[in-house]
Design a protein around this ligand. Sequence first.
Ligand code: T5A
Ligand code: NA
Length: 210
Amino acid sequence: VSGCNSESRGALVVLEGLDRSGKTSQSSRLLKYLEGLGHSVELWRFPDRSTNVGQMISSYLSNKSQLDDHTIHLLFSANRWEKRSLMETKLKTGTTLIVDRYSYSGVAFSSAKGLGDEWCKAPEIGLLAPDLVLYLDIQPEKAAERGGYGDEKYEQLEFQRKVAQCYQVLHDASWKIVDACQPIEDIEKQLQELVLECIMACQKGKPLAN
Ligand code: T5A
Ligand code: NA
């Protein structure tokens, strides 16, 4: 077990993927695992529906309100910005954050609607860069079979196909692509290894980036 030296920073670990790819299941398993090892760790998610901005997003996603595509895009981004300084404090004081969706969701879902890539990325500039992105890779058709989609705005096969295409062009060096169609426990094991490796690199002084 790696030590929880108060001098070292926590890791920013993000889970991404289509709706129903298993992000929430895996992020809570990671939380339990890391807590069990004695790490200081928290589970965050975006959208964070608990804030005023988050409530507007939630109302939009559940089709209770209509918003222009650009407007909702900026609200999703604002919802990350309002948590940025707390995020930085947590990481700098040694807490690892497991984050269920982040900027990549913001860009993938809005560009799937036809908004330009560069326009979508602009409001994300200056947010903290993840140390590790775990992309849970699943075919949209397979995801749709999982307990069926609910009533939320984006839970439609045709739209999820476009989102999958948009995610494909977003991956960078921080991404690890994991086959999300494996049994839950197999995925869990793979994610544990990747996250421990990442936490160790951060403890050894990997700088926090924008
Ligand atoms: N969005 C979000 C934007 O447009 N812009 C943004 O900036 C952001 C942040 C938010 C929506 O908003 C969009 C993206 C989303 O459409 P949400 O609240 O994050 O939505 O909801 P989802 O991520 O869609 O949550 P889901 O619950 O649908 O998907 P998860 O979390 O990926 O999946 P999970 O873990 O709940 O699992 C789904 C089902 O599959 C089973 C689970 O038991 C569950 O029934 N499952 C498996 N079955 C078989 N094998 C496995 N390996 C399995 N893993 C899980
Ligand atoms: Na989820």
